[in-house]
Design a protein around this ligand. Structure first.
Ligand SMILES: O=C(C1CCC1)N1C[C@@H]2C[C@H]3C[C@@H](O)[C@@H](O)[C@]2(C1)O3
Length: 130
């Protein structure tokens, strides 16, 4: 009912504010767009669930997320995929992994400090009831 729609609208506003901060951060530029299949032909044989910050934003707008946990699962895919696909001990891979770790710590810190526990609990209850 209307209270649920109000809650889900507030969730989308919170998720857009988180996602925008991540997309504005220069360290995370490589995570903002899908890895190009043409440029990296073996990427999709290694990485089973590709994800990026633009795709997450369109999922927010398509109302694909009803909880913060679901959004966080997608952001966790981004940095985990980067660690998995860029394991080499060379300067490029090391820089990507450093940025992947920064993305992980940044998104978890924002959510820890800005998300109220009972707001997420309310979203989880809406999800269960659907
Ligand atoms: O993993 C990634 C992105 C970084 C986080 C997502 N890529 C896989 C390719 C390997 C490496 C060098 C380029 O071939 C470039 O295309 C990619 C992009 O970086």
């Amino acid at each position: 009912e209307q209270q649920e729609e109000d809650t889900l609208r507030e969730l989308r506003l919170f998720l857009r504010s988180v996602n925008d901060r991540l997309m504005q951060d220069r360290r995370f530029k490589a995570f903002t767009k899908p890895v190009d299949k043409e440029q990296v032909p073996d990427y999709h044989s290694v990485v089973k669930q590709p994800m990026d910050l633009s795709t997450a934003l369109s999922k927010i707008d398509q109302q694909k997320y009803t909880t913060v946990r679901e959004y966080l699962h997608d952001i966790d895919l981004i940095w985990k995929n980067a660690l998995e696909y860029n394991p080499e001990d060379d300067p490029y891979d090391r820089q990507i992994r450093h940025r992947a770790c920064a993305l992980k710590d940044t998104v978890h810190a924002i959510i820890k400090y800005e998300l109220e526990k009972d707001f997420e609990r309310t979203c989880e209850q809406i999800k269960e009831a659907r």
